[in-house]
Design a protein around this ligand. Structure first.
Ligand SMILES: Cc1cc2nc3c(=O)[nH]c(=O)nc-3n(C[C@H](O)[C@H](O)[C@H](O)COP(=O)(O)O)c2cc1C
Length: 147
């Protein structure tokens, strides 16, 4: 199985989650920061996982650009999954979170959801990741792989 994880990060928290998910997926998975990728490769993998920090209730501009660059229908043979990092504050719920929006976009491009979108908590804007989140990310990665 060819698996690819594309993530963005400002302070490294989402990158740490991406790497934990990647270790759980295993099997030579590629883990790439969004600025360094060619979006046309998305349709060539079996499992595409996209992760972003939640910023203003949405994925980062770079992740949005990556998603927008995938042609409609291109993910017809691809299983997809999305995650974000977020802060556990009530006001943040009003705007929603990045993972659900990434997932909706991947499905609009033709992808089928490998597992439900997931959010991982940081203690504040710069982090750190809350206790247990790396382990939870590994469990979610195993779900993606098993789907
Ligand atoms: C400009 C900006 C907007 C943010 N907006 C939200 C938000 O709407 N909801 C939320 O839960 N967290 C929000 N955050 C917190 C980020 O989710 C947090 O910085 C991120 O998870 C850290 O991950 P990173 O180190 O990978 O960038 C925001 C952070 C920044 C910098």
């Amino acid at each position: 199985m060819k698996a690819w994880i594309v993530y963005d990060t400002l302070w490294g928290n989402t990158e740490r989650i991406a790497r934990s998910v990647g270790e759980a997926v295993g099997g030579g998975v590629r883990v790439s920061r969004v600025g360094e990728v060619d979006p046309s490769e998305a349709e060539t993998v079996d499992l595409l996982i996209v992760g972003s920090p939640t910023q203003g209730g949405a994925p980062t501009q770079a992740i949005q650009g990556f998603l927008n660059a995938i042609p409609p229908g291109a993910l017809g043979r691809v299983r997809v999954a999305a995650f974000d990092t977020r802060i556990p504050m009530k006001f943040a719920k009003i705007f929603g979170y990045a993972a659900e929006k990434i997932s909706a976009s991947l499905v609009r491009k033709g992808g089928s959801e490998a597992t439900a979108p997931a959010g991982f908590f940081v203690g504040g804007r710069k982090g750190p990741l809350s206790a247990g989140e790396l382990e939870r990310a590994a469990g979610w990665g195993r779900e993606c792989r098993a789907s």
